[in-house]
Design a protein around this ligand. Structure first.
Ligand SMILES: Nc1ncnc2c1ncn2[C@@H]1O[C@H](COP(=O)(O)OP(=O)(O)OP(=O)(O)O)[C@@H](O)[C@H]1O
Ligand SMILES: [Mg+2]
Length: 232
């Protein structure tokens, strides 16, 4: 089953007199429960694609479905609520709220919806994240790896349809990168969390179910792995 789909998506940025075509008629379907990696040179359109897929920004033309919802039919307000519930986003720089502690940061999507967190599942998540003894720390009182784990917690708290990660290990040393990757893989295996991840790290790409290479706003290559065998 496809959980995320885009059809003929283009994105053109207007910069003064000149136009930048960041996405050029892109078609893509992401299967539920898979770990999909997006690679490509700097400026090829990876982040732009991720933003379109997550409804962070709207395409110039084309359509995007998250589960069965054509997100172009949603108003800005509907889209922001939809996104909060259905899309988890992780960035290279963690984007935590500096004045909120770890627990509040992780629970933020629920709190914004006026929902009460379930203590039991929150405890399980914070244990998995390895943050149980850091819940009352502010982001500035955490290491980079811990901040990214808190950001992952916030992205996962709603059990979103899809987790979108833009170079989540780009700012971390090798050990922390490996821990973050292990955590993402755990959520993929244990909770069947669908993940789309942009990375420059070939080791991560090798462990994915699928690797999509983007060039000049188009898909250059699309390879899938099963049982250690890759096919294009
Ligand atoms: N807000 C913007 N205004 C104008 N041009 C933009 C904007 N955002 C991105 N671009 C351009 O669109 C193209 C794709 O950018 P994008 O950020 O998607 O690349 P990327 O593949 O994520 O690169 P990187 O690996 O460096 O993060 C680039 O040429 C970039 O300069
Ligand atoms: Mg980018």
């Amino acid at each position: 089953m496809n959980i995320l789909r885009c059809e003929n998506v283009t994105k053109t940025y207007q910069l003064g007199q000149s136009e930048v075509k960041a996405l050029d008629g892109l078609n893509l379907a992401i299967e539920k429960g898979k770990l999909t990696v997006i690679v490509g040179a700097s400026g090829s359109g990876k982040s732009t694609l991720l933003h379109m897929l997550g409804g962070v920004d709207r395409p110039t033309s084309g359509k995007i479905w998250i589960e069965d919802t054509d997100i172009s039919t949603l108003s800005e307000k509907q889209l922001s609520v939809f996104r909060r519930r259905k899309v988890g986003l992780i960035y290279q720089f963690y984007n935590l709220i500096p004045t909120l502690d770890v627990k509040q940061n992780i629970l933020l999507p629920l709190l914004l919806d006026g929902q009460k967190p379930e203590e039991e599942s929150f405890r399980e998540l914070s244990d998995t994240l390895g943050l149980s003894d850091r819940l009352s720390h502010l982001p500035s009182q955490l290491s980079g790896g811990q901040q990214q784990r808190a950001a992952i917690g916030r992205a996962l708290i709603y059990r979103p349809a899809v987790l979108l990660a833009d170079e989540p290990t780009g700012n971390l040393d090798r050990k922390n990168s490996e821990e973050i990757l292990a955590l993402l893989k755990l959520s993929n295996k244990r909770y069947h969390q669908t993940i789309v991840l942009i990375t420059h790290d070939e080791r991560i790409a090798l462990e994915a179910d699928r690797v999509i290479t983007i060039e000049d706003g188009r898909i250059l290559q699309d390879s899938r792995q099963s049982g250690g065998e890759w096919r294009v």
